[in-house]
Design a protein around this ligand. Structure first.
Ligand code: ADP
Length: 195
């Protein structure tokens, strides 16, 4: 399985990516989690990324690419990956696409788009803020992350739709329903692609 999850903040990307990776026995690569670990460990990448994370801005593309490219190639050699958070803008998608031309067997099979209404997203994020205390879950940073998502990340869906990769999933149901919908939709998609 080689899948990318695209969804606005709060839609449940991380939750569903973890479940999918367990279910299919592949690696879960979350750019956000990896960045937060780098920040916590005080690495060079972490130092360079920290301010962007605080503000809810995207960190520079090269940084993300350096952090993830090799892991994507390795994961592909060991059954695949669930990517959560990368590519996150068109430049990253194009860079990833170039990499697939150089290295075989790493390209995406499907892109899962989780659709959740804005009010529900805000509600979930504010609940998470009180539970986990993520520093970018304050109300004004959340607002900014939505803007960044609309401007930078949503255009990715058009890019991947043109390539016939997008699976539309209603993310506004309980976790298990969303999960089984993704699994069946992915399996159907792979069968049709094989025909
Ligand atoms: P969310 O989708 O809820 O905003 P993430 O954990 O996916 O949460 O991302 C948190 C932050 O990590 C983003 O606001 C951004 O600063 C940074 N980030 C994650 N992935 C990328 C990426 N591919 N390119 C640039 N920045 C990224």
């Amino acid at each position: 399985m080689r899948v990318l999850l695209v969804a606005p903040p709060g839609a449940g990307k991380g939750t569903q990516a973890t479940k999918l990776a367990d279910h299919f026995g592949v690696v879960h690569l979350s750019s956000g989690d990896l960045l937060r670990q780098e920040v916590k460990a005080g690495t060079e990448i972490g130092k360079a990324a920290s301010d962007y994370l605080q503000r809810g801005d995207l960190v520079p593309d090269e940084l993300i690419f350096t952090m993830l490219a090799e892991s994507i190639v390795q994961a592909s050699r060991h059954g695949g990956y669930v990517l959560d958070g990368f590519p996150r803008n068109l430049r990253q998608a194009e860079a990833a696409y170039k990499l697939t031309e150089q290295v075989g067997g790493i390209e995406l099979e499907a892109v899962v788009h989780l659709d959740v209404a804005r009010e529900e997203l805000t509600r979930r994020l504010l609940t998470r803020a009180s539970r986990e205390g993520r520093s970018d879950d304050s109300e004004h940073v959340i607002e900014h992350r939505f803007e960044v998502y609309a401007a930078e990340t949503e255009p990715l869906l058009t890019f991947y739709r043109e390539r016939g990769l997008v699976l539309e999933i209603n993310g506004e149901r309980d976790e298990e329903q969303v999960f089984s919908d993704i699994v069946s939709s992915f399996e159907r998609h792979c069968l049709t692609r094989r025909d």
